[in-house]
Design a protein around this ligand. Structure first.
Ligand code: B16
Ligand code: MG
Length: 225
């Protein structure tokens, strides 16, 4: 460990907060397959391009976006949303510890070794089950999900709650996100944001990587000094 990095890490407690879908693992295909079944049932056009609009937003908001203005009776809306979730959860049974995105397990292990606190900040109400299936519980101090806060991303609630649970001030937290709404949420929370994806999709990110393969926590810490 370089001396300057050692001093920065000793100086103040710091945290990394990770979005789940699209950052730690990629469950977007499972979301797509489950929503596609519902869309076909309703005869609503839905393809992979449209699915991009659903990334990072809550289940309810996803369904509204899929419907593109079509209005359903509240009971039908709710029961189809539940059906989508049951299907999605059946697909999740396929997840194993090998389904973490490239470099993620190594990055998390190194971060914790270097002294960072780590948390999940995900819109998904299935986050705890996904982390369990990835055998990644010991890599996080806290898991905060859509069920824990009143307002979904781009509101800052998820990330502020995660920082609070970690007992780290927001200005000492870096969020890792693959969705535009998540980058906005991080900034609104007073945190730095690392985008996982492309500069075109995430123009507001403070740093951008395709994934965390070969990235080190030391490269990220400069955002906090
Ligand atoms: P659930 P993230 C998000 O996860 C997904 O990207 C988004 O597609 C999904 O609609 C949302 O979780 C809710 O998921 O239906 O499982 O509660 O990217 O915030 O980790
Ligand atoms: Mg995401």
């Amino acid at each position: 460990m370089k001396i300057i990095y050692f001093i920065i890490m000793k100086n103040q407690k710091k945290a990394f907060i990770f979005d789940l879908d699209g950052v730690v693992t990629d469950t977007a295909e499972y979301h797509f397959q489950a929503w596609k079944t519902i869309a076909d049932e309703l005869n609503v056009p839905f393809d992979r391009h449209k699915n991009e609009e659903l990334k990072g937003v809550s289940r309810e908001e996803s369904f509204k976006r899929l419907l593109s203005g079509k209005v359903l009776p509240p009971d039908q809306f709710k029961s189809l949303m539940n059906k989508k979730n049951d299907l999605y959860r059946s697909f999740l049974k396929k997840l194993t510890r090998n389904d973490m995105l490239p470099g993620m397990r190594e990055f998390l292990t190194q971060s914790r070794h270097d002294g960072f606190k780590t948390a999940i900040g995900s819109s998904s109400k299935n986050a705890a089950e996904i982390i369990e299936r990835l055998e990644a519980n010991d890599l996080f101090d806290s898991i905060v999900c859509g069920a824990d806060v009143p307002n979904a991303k781009p509101a800052p609630d998820l990330f502020l709650l995660a920082a609070n649970k970690l007992n780290v001030p927001p200005e000492q937290c870096v969020v890792f996100e693959d969705a535009y709404s998540g980058i906005t949420a991080a900034h609104t929370a007073g945190m730095k944001a690392v985008g996982i994806g492309t500069k075109e999709a995430l123009p507001e990110a403070d740093l951008i990587y395709k994934n965390l393969n070969s990235v080190t926590p030391e490269q990220i810490v400069n955002l906090l000094v």
